[in-house]
Design a protein around this ligand. Structure first.
Ligand code: MTE
Length: 399
């Protein structure tokens, strides 16, 4: 019996770290078939330890605080957060920094477990803009960062991290405290009853089971902020890095904005029959996302290892929400104020079956509005994070 025996889970999820802690992704095709929004059942999970136990009747009384370099420290319950602050609902894609790490581990073992390309999911998050709480607490002059701390007690203390205060106060960064996902109260694995949602940045900043916001002059000194979620220089090997804190203490290597990334859901690696019989055309499909609120502006595919490229069609379902002032799941959905793009997009491109049959593989790359393009080569690093070279699927000739 694991410490998480109380948590309901979907058997379709693929376990990446054995029985405990719970770290899972859906099969890529199942995730993609869900469409723009991912159900709570198939939403990826990244837990460092046991899920805190919170009974339903305890949810309204969940207490959290805003403290540190503020003139007016706050302690409030979830009930008060809902009653006293404006509620907003926004579609947001979360991505684990380890998404696609498996490819890094195949080249050289990193210090992380092997995520496939489904460490990414999208939901409508309902809650309160983090800036509203910070404003009410009135930060002091020296305040520069907002640290967050969760309720999960881990071998190295509570899980925690930080973001910059001026990001929190920027409405285009969309940072929020959320208690609902797709209209339902958060499930235990996703932070029940309250979490931070930090759009456009690596999932590791979106602290679950949130207990504290601490306004500080320096970045978080939490163990998980320092020894996790970093891309160290590529020459740092697992042994060296484990021993030398100088690499970890260097804040330049901390990662925040996601890197531009994409993957092919169809054809799948294991899909063999697509070229045998069937229709003349095959529609390749997949997802792409940019970091820091930047929009993906092109997705290109190649059948000849990058010598020539074709432009895919991009669909941004997020835009259909952006233009619609509608009431959704009890929260207000109004994204008209927001310039940024915080969700994945879906791309597709038709090929003739005969040309696919002649090719060895199919690769995809995405570019964002700042012309950040996925690299051809992998940048290996000791935690295997932010892996985003061209995504490649081998075309099988056996049907
Ligand atoms: N918050 C707490 N308290 N404990 C955790 O282990 N994991 C982080 C983040 N917040 C974590 C956490 C990481 S690394 C990721 S990628 C996201 O939560 C995953 O969120 P999800 O499980 O809801 O998909």
């Amino acid at each position: 019996k694991t410490p998480d025996a109380h948590v309901p889970r979907d058997p379709r999820l693929i376990r990446l770290t054995g029985v405990h802690p719970f770290n899972v992704e859906a099969p890529l095709s199942a995730l993609f078939n869900e469409g723009f929004l991912t159900s709570a059942e198939l939403f990826y999970v990244r837990n460092h330890g046991a899920v805190p136990k919170v009974k339903d009747e305890e949810i309204p009384d969940w207490e959290f605080s805003v403290e540190g370099l503020v003139r007016k420290p706050l302690t409030l319950t979830l009930r008060q957060l809902i009653a006293e602050y404006e509620q907003i609902t926004c579609p947001i894609t979360l991505v684990c920094a380890g998404n696609r790490r498996k490819e890094q581990n195949q080249v050289r073992k990193s210090k992380g477990f092997s995520w496939g390309p489904a460490g990414v999911s999208t939901a409508l998050f309902t809650g309160v803009a983090m800036s509203e709480l910070i404003k009410r607490a009135r930060p002091k002059k020296k305040a520069r960062y907002v640290c967050m701390e969760g309720a999960d007690k881990l071998p190295n203390g509570f899980y925690g991290t930080s973001v910059k205060l001026n990001w929190v106060m920027d409405p285009n960064k969309g940072m929020m405290l959320s208690y609902k996902m797709n209209g339902e109260m958060l499930r235990p694995d996703h932070g029940k009853p309250l979490r931070a949602v930090i759009p456009g940045q690596i999932g590791g900043r979106s602290v679950k089971w949130l207990k504290k916001l601490i306004v500080t002059a320096a970045p978080s000194d939490n163990w998980y902020h320092i020894y996790d979620n970093r891309v160290l220089p590529t020459m740092v090997s697992p042994d060296e890095s484990a021993n030398d804190p100088k690499w970890w203490m260097d804040d330049r290597y901390a990662i925040y904005d996601l890197s531009t990334n994409s993957a092919i859901a169809y054809p799948a690696h294991e899909e063999q029959a697509c070229l045998v019989g069937g229709p003349e055309k095959y529609r390749a499909k997949g997802y792409a996302y940019g970091g820091g609120g930047r929009r993906v502006t092109r997705v290109e595919l190649s059948l000849d290892k990058g010598r020539t490229w074709r432009l895919a069609n991009i669909d941004y379902p997020e835009d259909r929400y952006r233009d619609a002032e509608q009431i959704l799941y009890g929260g207000r959905l109004d994204m008209s104020w927001r310039e940024s793009c915080f969700c994945w997009c879906q791309w597709s491109l038709d090929f003739r079956v005969s040309e696919l049959a002649d090719a060895k593989d199919i690769v995809v790359r995405a570019m964002d509005e700042s012309m950040n393009i996925q690299p051809k080569e992998m940048y290996w690093s000791v935690l295997g994070m932010m892996n985003n070279p061209w995504f490649r699927v081998t075309i099988s000739k056996e049907g």
